[in-house]
Design a protein around this ligand. Structure first.
Ligand code: PLP
Length: 449
């Protein structure tokens, strides 16, 4: 292979060259085919090469590829926005289109801050977010994120954010608590933090409805988000839910917050919105917030060159139409139940699989050195990264999570297969992953953290 001049991420070893994609597979330049069990990074919800999405993109390019948003809106952006608002949580009235997840989070943070300036509360300047969370790699998004490993070297550049405990039932729920009591304990911690900062100084609480890229899928316990919503309302604080990874059908409902019975003030989406066919993300905003902007300055002080890109909107619109037409949300729920059974069969008594948790087609596997004590492996082993490489050798793509610098994050594997996966493909994914895990574990010393 020719020397690579691409400077993306991995500088220590060469990556295979992807040349084509079809259904749930990607094929490399050597002709090897990989099952895309993570949809890249929970992106490719319709798999690869979907003819309807490709046709919609072609049609849009033929008509108009790009028109800057300071001059025009476009029919396709308007149609996508209407589609998203028709299916949005109650009270959402507008959509702000961006090119990805980090941009969506940045826009949401600034929208929240400017909202309070518009309504005459400019003293509000604090965000509260959660440890073991991820909201993106740009500086604002990185600041609200609680992934210590990703933040470490950029800490001096980050805005001041207060982090509270995430909802991490497997590790943090006490033996004498029910899940509901655990959730209420977390809500009380949030409220105490708000009171310490002074409720009138806080802009928003930011959380992933279902955690993703940091601790291998963290599902909320019953009542947790209802309690969070109540606390935010009591103190006049906004609730920003980040569904960049867990949203757009991934957990079996279009928005994961539907399952919690809560409505956020701002909702960020990306990844599955465009299914990887184009880079696109969005912020969905409550009507009363947009009204405040309209009554106030009349302008959101933000923007990027590619907001509402016409081809990106066409791709996203086509993805959303296919999901609706083909009943894929119900399919995600059905396949999720099947996947759970496959996990039970393959990993039920695995000595180093501590927990398998998830919803729909969004699952995390937490690896432990010892099941009884839940002790993690030594982070220096970078087991999650080794498993990813071993899985590639087995012909399956899985998304690794880990990288502890604060002793709070072990090794995890995240699965987010395309919604179109068949039961047989799901079984193959888990079998290949199991082989990769077992081969990796056999190659490392059994040292725990
Ligand atoms: N928010 C969440 C919850 C994410 O999982 C991610 C990416 O994994 C982001 C934001 C950042 O999205 P992007 O990588 O598209 O910038």
């Amino acid at each position: 292979m020719q020397a690579s001049h691409v400077f993306h991420r991995q500088l220590t070893h060469d990556l295979p060259v992807a040349v084509s994609g079809q259904g749930i597979t990607i094929t490399d330049s050597q002709g090897k085919t990989y099952l895309d069990a993570s949809g890249g990074a929970a992106v490719s919800c319709l798999g690869h090469g979907h003819p309807d999405v490709i046709a919609a993109m072609h049609a849009q390019i033929d008509q108009l590829a790009y028109a800057h948003t300071s001059f025009f809106t476009t029919a396709v952006a308007e149609e996508l926005a209407s589609t998203l608002i028709d299916t949005a949580p109650k009270g959402m009235s507008h959509v702000y289109f961006v090119s990805g997840g980090s941009e969506a989070v940045e826009a949401a943070l600034k929208m929240a801050r400017q909202y309070f300036v518009e309504i005459g509360q400019p003293q509000r300047k604090h965000f509260i977010a959660r440890r073991q969370s991820y909201h993106g790699n740009t500086l604002g998004a990185l600041a609200v994120g609680g992934n210590a490993w990703r933040r470490e070297q950029f800490k001096p550049l980050l805005i001041d954010v207060t982090h509270v405990s995430p909802c991490y039932e497997y590790r943090d729920q006490r033996a004498d608590e029910t899940p509901e009591q655990y959730g209420q304990r977390l809500v009380a911690e949030l409220e105490a933090t708000i009171e310490r900062l002074g409720g009138e100084n806080v802009i928003a609480f930011v959380a992933e409805t279902v955690g993703g890229a940091t601790a291998g899928v963290l599902t909320p316990v019953p009542g947790y988000f209802k309690g969070v919503r109540e606390v935010c309302d009591r103190h006049g604080i906004l609730l920003i839910l980040d569904e960049v990874m867990c949203g757009m059908g991934r957990t079996g409902t279009l928005h994961a917050c539907e399952q919690e019975g809560v409505v956020p003030d701002l909702l960020t989406i990306a990844k599955g919105l465009g299914g990887g066919y184009q880079p696109i993300g969005a912020v969905l905003a409550q009507g009363r917030m947009v009204d405040a902007f309209r009554r106030g300055s009349g302008l959101f002080q933000h923007g990027h060159t590619y907001l509402g890109h016409a081809v990106a909107c066409a791709a996203a619109l086509a993805v959303q139409r296919v999901i609706q037409r083909d009943g894929l949300l119900a399919q995600v729920r059905e396949r999720g139940a099947q996947l759970q059974q496959i996990f039970a069969r393959e990993f039920g008594d695995h000595p180093h699989v501590g927990d398998v948790r998830g919803r729909g087609l969004f699952w995390g596997i937490e690896l432990v050195a010892d099941r009884a004590s839940k002790q993690w492996f030594d982070p220096a082993l970078k087991l999650h990264a080794r498993i990813k490489r071993a899985a590639m050798e087995e012909g399956v793509m899985v998304y690794p999570a880990g990288g502890s610098v604060d002793g709070r994050c072990g090794d995890h594997v995240l699965l987010a297969p395309p919604f179109i996966s068949t039961p047989d493909e799901l079984a193959q994914i888990v079998q290949r992953l199991k082989r990769a895990i077992d081969k990796t574990l056999a190659s490392v010393p059994m040292v725990s953290a």
